[in-house]
Design a protein around this ligand. Structure first.
Ligand code: PLP
Length: 385
């Protein structure tokens, strides 16, 4: 199989079948639940959709592993299936997890509400205070979990310290890399054991499927696969096809979104009605230097606060014409949302307050519309707040 150096070439060619199947340029969909027995010795090797090993899965998984220069990848039925299955693979009853305090709402709920029913305990850590982590360590701590950029405040934890700490204390390091995408950050290159994605977002990019990915060390991905085989969170071949098609344009989409998000963040930061902008590409961002050092781009996500609180935020959301008011992110269309009412609505108001997620915070997922049109639309919407 040919080896490619550059991400953009890998997006198109890595993992593709050689020779092409019947000459097909696009990977055909193998919509068959099961395949003729071929002498496989192991249950997990029998070709079956739930075992995530049909031709569509295998080709896609090879490509996804190549994108982060990792040994292996596994697709799953959703980002949450990838995250929960990975956690339930590296943690067993009696184990303890260290997790960053500000997490995507679904992950936060799983950690705080569900883990205890499996006999697994946790402590939250502040991603930017590595000196405080050791105090939270227990003899049964087995893993550490962070997000590349936190949702929705875009904090960048001390990622290098996470890897170092995990190695020193023999922990499995897991990172949700959804917000950055492999274009901007590739966790396995920095020593993370497992990189997780909601492929619903940037990897697919077209807001038309729900999918997840686990990327990383082959022996760990294999263990996650076996757990997923039993839990059943597989990805259908048609969704594999759509993700495969979507991911080919990841490079051009995300680099465009990086540029537009920076322009929008700069515009908002200079606007008199905006009191705060969270975007790691701004020099005013507390972790800007780290983001500059580690990332190839600052991403397409930002959040901001208006003078005037919830009423001003609601008026802005009503006034804005181009963006769609919808949860989720990472697609080609710009979306705006108030996390307190969507992604983080499951969190208690006290927890949101403690983390700095105010009711008036507006989160933007920048799409691939022309940046000038977006800026003009935000300007008119702010003028009428
Ligand atoms: N991780 C992050 C950062 C997310 O934003 C989301 C969803 O919004 C998820 C994981 C969960 O992904 P999914 O909805 O594909 O299960």
């Amino acid at each position: 199989m040919a080896q490619y150096q550059r991400l953009d070439t890998k997006l198109i060619h890595a993992g593709e079948p050689e020779p092409r199947i019947a000459g097909a340029v696009a990977m055909p969909i193998f919509q068959s639940a099961m395949f003729e027995y071929g002498g496989e010795a192991e249950y997990h090797d029998i070709t079956y959709i739930r075992l995530n090993n049909t031709p569509n899965h295998l080709v896609l998984q090879k490509k996804l592993a190549a994108l982060e220069n990792a040994e292996a990848a596994l697709v799953a039925g959703s980002g949450m299936a990838a995250i929960t299955t990975a956690l339930l693979t590296v943690l067993s009853a009696g184990d303890h997890l260290l997790a960053q305090s500000c997490l995507y709402g679904g992950t936060h709920d799983f950690v705080t509400r569900d883990l205890k029913t499996f006999g697994i305990s946790y402590d939250f850590i502040e991603g930017n205070c590595p000196d405080t982590w050791a105090a939270k360590l227990k003899p049964n701590t087995k893993a550490i979990y962070v997000e590349t950029m936190s949702n929705p405040l875009l904090e960048v934890p001390d990622l290098e310290a996470v890897v170092k700490f995990a190695r020193e204390h023999n922990l499995v390091s897991l990172i949700d890399n959804t917000f950055a995408s492999p274009v901007n950050f590739r966790p396995p290159e920095h020593g993370f054991d497992l990189s997780l994605h909601s492929a619903t977002k940037y990897l697919n990019g077209h807001s038309d499927i729900v999918a997840g990915v686990v990327i990383g060390r082959a022996h760990l991905v294999e263990r996650v696969k076996h757990r997923l085989d039993h839990l059943g969170g597989s990805l259908d071949p048609h969704a594999c096809f759509l993700l495969h098609r979507g991911v080919k344009t990841l490079g051009v989409r995300v680099r465009f979104q990086n540029q537009s998000a920076l322009a929008l963040a700069q515009f908002l930061a200079s606007h008199p009605k905006v009191v705060r902008v969270n975007y790691p590409g701004l020099e005013s961002h507390p972790q800007h230097q780290r983001a500059r050092r580690l990332f190839d781009g600052f991403g397409g996500m930002l959040s901001f606060e208006l003078d005037g609180g919830v009423r001003a935020a609601e008026r802005f959301m009503k006034n804005v014409r181009l963006p769609i008011c919808a949860p989720s992110l990472g697609g080609v269309e710009t979306l705006v949302t108030r996390p307190a009412t969507t992604s983080h609505s499951g969190m208690s108001p006290e927890d949101r307050k403690r983390l700095g997620i105010t009711d008036s915070l507006i989160r933007v997922s920048v799409g691939i519309e022309a940046a000038d049109d977006l800026l003009a639309d935000f300007e008119q919407a702010l003028a009428r707040v």
